[in-house]
Design a protein around this ligand. Structure first.
Ligand code: DON
Length: 360
């Protein structure tokens, strides 16, 4: 997406405004860009330690060396670097869109009647909790929870409705269904199919299972860019309202619930560590996307298809960690702690020692 057509949708951007003002650290856009460029160089070093997802064969074709970011402050210029305009499939980042629409259309009580609000501590495609009687999926940001949410959405909205909403909230009219990725996943989604049938057996999904699975997989197969994710993140950061046009995309309550779940459950069994190390509500996808929301400050979209063991972008996580530290974006930023932990080696050693002593 070009600056030009984004301008058509959201109006003209104004001049340089500090990226970080809450901390009284007046970081200008130019300075922030230099910081992010340096962070990208560090993050690229992580790429060889990860690998692209291959369980959806079509995703295996992606070049693992790509890395892109778009940081879009509520006030100020968009910063776009690297492969920020490369299209990739949204995958689990779409669970955020499904949850927003479900909360808006079906209501909070109906959603949380079907899914919980707790971190799972399990892999994203785990079936473990479903085999326990009377249990429901831990939260809406893992596969079982998102499939349950799709069961709620299916009678209310079509995939075309969801695509239109996603284009609008991402300020990206170029978002399309990636048919090759969709076909590829539909041929290899036995785990999700098992989850969906288990959910039906428990009465959590009451819609047609195969239709529900197709709806979920289509949502995962929408082609976005890091820039479109930053546009979405910016609206969440501004409590559901576009900071330029004033248009509301969801209630502020929905925005608050979604951001909270992104912080506690957005990175699967890596959510706790990520919250400590980065402290920015984030949702990952196996396509390599990361959607981050620096509350009241910026939306951030990252693309880096080489993944770590949890299925999160390995370079993307490093990049977010660096910019969180450098731009003081951690939700719980504390200047005193920051001084002590400035040296990342030191921080790593402390975390390792604490883990060894089972403090965490
Ligand atoms: O359902 C799946 O397995 C994929 N369509 C999405 C999984 C995913 O993105 C997990 N994220 N890191």
């Amino acid at each position: 997406m070009t600056e030009k057509n984004n301008g058509n949708l959201e109006g003209r951007e104004t001049m340089t405004i500090p990226v970080v003002d809450r901390r009284y650290q007046m970081t200008e856009t130019k300075k922030a860009k230099e910081i992010i460029e340096r962070a990208m160089n560090l993050a690229r070093e992580e790429i060889p330690k990860g690998a692209v997802a291959t369980y959806i064969p079509e995703l295996g074709k992606e070049d693992p060396h790509q890395l892109g970011i778009c940081l879009y402050p509520l006030k100020g210029d968009k910063i776009c670097l690297g492969d920020y305009d490369h299209r990739f499939t949204m995958q689990s980042v779409s669970k955020v869109v499904m949850l927003i629409v479900a909360l808006e259309v079906c209501g909070l009580k109906n959603v949380f009647r079907k899914v919980g609000m707790e971190p799972s501590g399990e892999a994203f495609d785990s079936l473990v909790e479903l085999d326990v009687s009377d249990s429901k999926p831990y939260n809406p940001l893992i596969n079982s929870g998102a499939l349950a949410v799709c069961g709620l959405l299916l009678p209310e909205v079509s995939f075309q409705d969801m695509l239109r909403y996603t284009r609008n909230i991402c300020s990206d009219p170029g978002i399309e269904l990636n048919e090759s990725v969709f076909d590829s996943e539909m041929k290899t989604c036995s785990r999700n199919r098992s989850i969906a049938y288990l959910l039906e057996s428990k009465g959590i999904i009451t819609t047609d299972v195969e239709d529900t699975l197709r709806f979920y997989t289509k949502m995962c197969s929408m082609n976005v860019t890091a820039e479109s994710l930053a546009n979405l993140g910016k609206k969440l950061a501004n409590d559901g309202v576009c900071a330029i046009t004033g248009k509301r995309f969801m209630s502020s309550r929905t925005a608050r619930i979604v951001k909270t779940l992104m912080l506690t459950c957005g990175m699967y069994d890596g959510s706790g560590t990520f919250a400590i190390k980065v402290g920015i509500p984030t949702k990952s996808g196996v396509g390599g996307g990361l959607l981050s929301v620096s509350d009241k400050r910026a939306g951030i979209g990252v693309f880096g298809p080489a993944l770590d063991a949890q299925g999160n972008s390995i370079a993307g996580c490093k990049l977010l960690r660096e910019i969180s530290n450098q731009l003081r974006l951690n939700l719980f930023y504390d200047p005193e702690w920051d001084k002590e932990q400035d040296d990342e080696q030191n921080e790593e050693t402390v975390l390792r020692e604490m883990q060894a002593r089972s403090v965490m």
